[in-house]
Design a protein around this ligand. Structure first.
Ligand SMILES: [Zn+2]
Length: 246
């Protein structure tokens, strides 16, 4: 890294934005790892950069001399095999995070507390049973808790509950093992469908989902008009006929 800069205190919190520049300048990246929605870039000497894209974040490669991309919040200029290039972090709505830690700092709790990543680690119903047991929280909120499963957000949780035919408001403790198995299967299937879509088109079109974003439209399974409720601050679409409450 020949130079690095972050111009946004909100993204860098709790570290000051200048920590990003000083953690990277003159150093090499030695690895990169993804867990759920977080990336961890390993910096030689033991430091890390933790990156979460939020809703609208992205890393883009910019050729030397090209104009600054819109909504640029941070940049990393690199020299690799004698060639310079630059990667920029762009984020229109700034819900992302970009946190640099030093060699002697612990990993951030947002990273260390992440549960298993269903894509990398697989997903067993057993694991969900433990999280659901004795919980009065709505099952969809438990699914979206990043300490339970890393990477499952509103879209995947909404789709998985529809596939499992269970009301997303059902309390965790009300679920039978057969329900938990159906939910685990739903999560795995929702991920597989979204990945296939991305592989084919490079993005996920909104109209590719069964129920997410479709409140007021007929249920693709039974034709009932889809309902929506807010759970944990997130809009949740479901079918009141084929997703009975437990
Ligand atoms: Zn239905």
């Amino acid at each position: 890294v020949t130079a690095a800069a972050c111009a946004d205190a909100r993204l860098a919190r709790p570290a000051p934005p200048r920590a990003f520049a000083s953690a990277l300048a003159g150093k090499r990246f030695t690895g990169v790892m993804r867990k759920g929605k977080w990336l961890r870039l390993d910096v030689e000497g033991g430091g890390h950069v933790f990156s979460h894209l939020g809703m609208t974040g992205d890393w883009v490669r910019v050729p030397a001399g090209a104009p600054e991309p819109r909504f640029e919040r941070a940049r990393i200029d690199v020299l690799r095999r004698g060639r310079t290039s630059s990667v920029r972090y762009v984020d229109a709505r700034r819900f992302g995070r970009l946190i640099a830690t030093g060699a002697t700092d612990d990993d951030i709790p947002e990273w260390t507390e992440l549960g298993p990543d269903p894509l990398a680690d697989g997903l067993e119903a057993r694991h969900l049973s433990k999280a659901f047991a004795k919980s009065r929280r709505a099952v969809k909120e438990i699914l979206m808790d990043q300490r339970v499963l890393a990477g499952v957000g509103n879209i995947l949780a909404t789709e998985a509950m529809w596939m499992a035919r269970i009301d997303p408001r059902s309390p965790g403790a009300s679920l039978a093992l057969v329900d938990t198995r159906a939910i685990a299967k739903g999560v795995r299937r929702a991920i597989a469908l979204e990945l296939a879509e991305r592989k084919k088109y490079g993005a996920t079109a909104l109209d590719s989902f069964f129920v997410y974003g479709r409140a007021g439209e007929p249920c693709p399974r039974c034709g009932t008009i889809l309902s929506s409720v807010v759970l944990g601050g997130r809009t949740t679409v479901f079918c009141s006929t084929c997703q009975p409450r437990r």
